[in-house]
Design a protein around this ligand. Structure first.
Ligand SMILES: [Zn+2]
Length: 430
């Protein structure tokens, strides 16, 4: 039952009061609105890449009712309160689902972290390697220490892109020196070795131990890092881990040469590695699945040349994650309750929204997805609601379709149409 935008009670079928307005979804599944804590909205400043309207509509079409925006790709980058205010202005009247913004940790902005925390960001993101955006500089161990010093005691997590430059630079130089072909996916894969993730994660574990501050590994791609993480978690260190649908769905062996819509960093690794990630998800060592939706104008993918070294990195997938992961877990015999944990409850907790988002429980916002678990379909450009209809999932055969998405008690998407108006609100951490 819904009252004042929230779930007031969860009752059995035969306990519904006679005067209640009843919506009967038959045998369809009702899931909590999904929470995606890894999305690059790119607005303000790069709205031609993506924007609040297109990103939040894509989210609504895929059953996602809360997005958390990454602090890079927008101009200005969200690295101080002035930039956060610019983002808030840019979002006015354009957000179709609820949203929040991670703050950024870059070289030299340690003094901005506490003010950003007071202004309501749910946590911070940093890179240990060049981010692709010159204004969003990576931090080394010294920079990480400065940031963790400031975050200590706030309870806010530090999210880290866990690759270090050393192994990537060495591998890339060796590939160039040997005249490797950059049209071939295997060359790109070899240029971002597992060692880059392993070194970064070892450093982050050491710092989580020392500072006792929550650290979150974004988009884990290498299954080789799992034993390190397992050992850290068994010691009780405050480390959480996410992976993304593309690491769970694709395998390096099947990526065509030149198909730069698959380019992301860390890269999609081999099928055997993918199976390791699935096992860690099932075992609970990987906590969540979020998209890392990171689009760009199609020209920047340089599809014509198909050069992996020159193309922009980032996979566009917002709106597809639910049917992709459902299709995969159905084949693997994993129950849908696990999906709700990985894609709603766990990311809500990371963003400080536990109890409010990501749950079908009294007190939570009335955010729902009505999902048909037995609808086969093939992804076509008109199914994509983000700005540029370029995605490695085009042509994917999926099972399960979002029929409706409800935000705080009202439908925002139903039967392939957006309903009402942009009612999305920023979720500010108290
Ligand atoms: Zn990202």
């Amino acid at each position: 039952m819904v009252e004042n935008e929230r779930i007031s009670q969860v009752r059995g079928w035969d306990e519904v009061p006679l005067d209640a307005e009843l919506h009967d979804f038959g045998d369809l599944l009702l899931l909590p609105g999904l929470v995606d804590t890894h999305v690059h909205i790119n607005e303000p400043g790069r709205t031609e890449w993506e924007g609040f309207r297109t990103a939040t509509q894509a989210a609504a079409s895929g059953g996602v009712t809360t997005l958390v925006d990454m602090p890079l790709n927008c101009v200005p980058e969200t690295i101080d309160v002035t930039a956060l205010e610019a983002k808030r202005s840019a979002a006015q009247g354009k957000a179709w689902v609820d949203w929040a913004a991670w703050g950024g940790v870059v070289r030299g902005n340690a003094d901005s972290l506490r003010p950003l925390a007071h202004a309501g960001v749910p946590g911070f993101k940093c890179f240990l390697i060049h981010s692709g955006i010159d204004g969003f500089t990576p931090v080394d161990e010294t920079g990480l220490r400065l940031a963790l010093e400031r975050l200590r005691g706030t309870g806010l997590p530090l999210l880290a892109h866990a690759e270090v430059a050393g192994p990537v630079n060495a591998a890339t130089e060796a590939l160039h020196a040997s005249g490797a072909c950059w049209h071939t996916y295997a060359t790109y894969l070899a240029s971002r070795p597992d060692a880059a993730e392993l070194e970064a994660i070892a450093l982050l574990i050491r710092l989580a131990d020392e500072f006792e501050t929550p650290i979150h590994i974004v988009h884990l791609a290498s299954a080789q890092a799992l034993p390190l993480l397992d050992e850290a978690r068994k010691r009780g260190l405050p480390i959480t881990v996410e992976t993304c649908p593309h690491y769970l769905w694709f395998g390096a062996e099947e990526i065509p040469d030149g198909a730069t819509e698959y380019k992301c960093a860390p890269p999609i690794r081999r099928a055997e590695n993918r199976e390791g990630l699935w096992k860690a998800l099932e075992d609970g060592l990987i906590d969540m699945v979020v998209t890392d939706h990171s689009p760009c104008p199609p020209a920047m993918k340089r599809r014509g040349e198909g050069r992996w070294d020159l193309a922009w990195g980032g996979i566009a997938s917002l709106g597809l994650a639910l049917p992709v992961i459902w299709t995969a877990i159905k084949q693997r015999g994993i129950p849908i309750e696990r999906l709700a944990q990985w894609m709603a409850a766990a990311p809500a907790h990371l963003a400080g929204l536990a109890g409010r988002k990501g749950a079908l429980a009294p007190g939570a916002d009335a955010d729902f997805v009505v999902f048909d678990p037995d609808a086969p379909w093939t992804v076509a450009p008109h199914d994509l609601h983000f700005r540029h209809k370029l995605s490695p999932y085009l042509g994917a055969k999926l099972n399960g379709r979002v029929l409706g998405t409800w935000l705080r008690g009202e439908p925002v998407f139903r039967g392939d149409n957006f309903k009402g108006e942009a009612r999305g609100r920023e979720q500010v951490r108290p």
